[in-house]
Design a protein around this ligand. Structure first.
Ligand code: SAM
Length: 289
């Protein structure tokens, strides 16, 4: 059997954020990594070539890696990494690993013991959240909602019941249906539609679901992030106190069962809400019950 120290060191995956519009939004470190890696996996190799030439980076070897070939490409990418060579991954825009094929690649890489180096940088998520005026601390990021069926209904229920703001990605074609569906199912609520972030026609549209779901209220061109305000507090429930108590009980190491019971019995929270509060206190929001 081969000794562990005879094995070649595996290459690293570098997740390199690229601008979501404004070409100034790339970091010095991102450029350095893109210059030095022998291979870049890009969602669109033409866009990537254009991007690299804008920064005067002689294009290294580019390989396409997108939602239609991600499964078949993984083997090539992993054999490249297993042979000891580094790989950079870039998406069309923003941070790879947020609502794009890099998510699954990283999942598998970690399981295979491959080092992942994630560079901080541009993403559509945080500028939308921070400019929305709806951020109060914890938030729920759902990415793209499932297109239809039970899964979509469940996602909308989560939005309806969420006591922190929810951030969603959506394409311009599907945005009207999303706004209408949300208004029908959760009623009116404050929202912020962040359109064309960092680009020439950047627009932050603030209003409520009733108004903004009306036809013609939003220019349906470009790219969108939707931020939806948290659910109004349940009658008679002091959410702030419940949240503080929950954090304290978690910090004291009480069992999950006990914390849930206190939140339900003492603060009158519904089980789902108690569970969500618990996840937030444990920094596990996004995990499924
Ligand atoms: N990985 C990317 C990130 O870090 O944000 C997201 C990739 S996801 C496939 C693409 C979605 O991001 C778009 O459908 C849109 O919802 C959002 N998006 C990307 N660029 C944007 C921009 N300039 N303004 C608003 N939303 C944008």
């Amino acid at each position: 059997m081969k000794e562990q120290h005879d094995m070649p060191a595996k290459g690293k995956i570098y997740l390199v954020p690229v601008p979501i519009g404004n070409l100034g939004d790339i970091t010095l470190r991102a450029l350095e990594v893109l210059k030095n890696v022998p291979l870049i996996a890009a969602e669109d190799t033409r866009n990537a070539g254009f991007l690299l030439s804008r920064y005067d980076i002689p294009p290294p070897k580019l390989i396409s890696f997108h939602k239609f070939n991600e499964r078949s490409r993984e083997d090539n990418l992993f054999s490249h990494l297993e042979s000891g060579q580094d790989l950079a991954v870039i998406s069309d825009a923003g941070t790879p690993g947020i609502s794009d094929p890099a998510m699954e690649l990283v999942h598998k890489a970690v399981a295979k013991g491959i080092d992942v180096v994630s560079l901080p940088g541009a993403s559509a998520l945080l500028p939308a959240l921070t400019a929305s005026g709806l951020n109060k601390g914890p938030f729920l990021f759902l990415g793209f909602l499932p297109r239809q069926g039970k899964e979509r209904d469940q996602a909308i229920k989560r939005i309806k019941e969420s006591f922190c703001p929810v951030v969603i990605y959506e394409s311009p074609l599907r945005l009207p249906k999303l706004l209408k569906g949300l208004y029908e199912k959760i009623g009116s609520r404050q929202i912020c539609i962040a359109r064309e972030l960092t680009k020439m026609y950047e627009e932050l549209i603030y209003g409520d679901l009733q108004e903004l779901s009306e036809e013609g209220k939003v220019t349906l061109k470009g790219e969108f992030v939707l931020v939806i305000d948290s659910a109004p507090p349940q009658d008679g429930v002091d959410m702030e106190k419940a949240q503080n108590t929950c954090k304290m009980l978690v910090a004291e190491g009480l069992s999950q069962r006990t914390v849930l019971k206190v939140l339900q019995d003492v603060y009158g929270l519904k089980r789902n809400d108690a569970y969500e509060l618990l996840l937030i206190s444990q920094n596990k929001i996004g995990e499924k019950p």
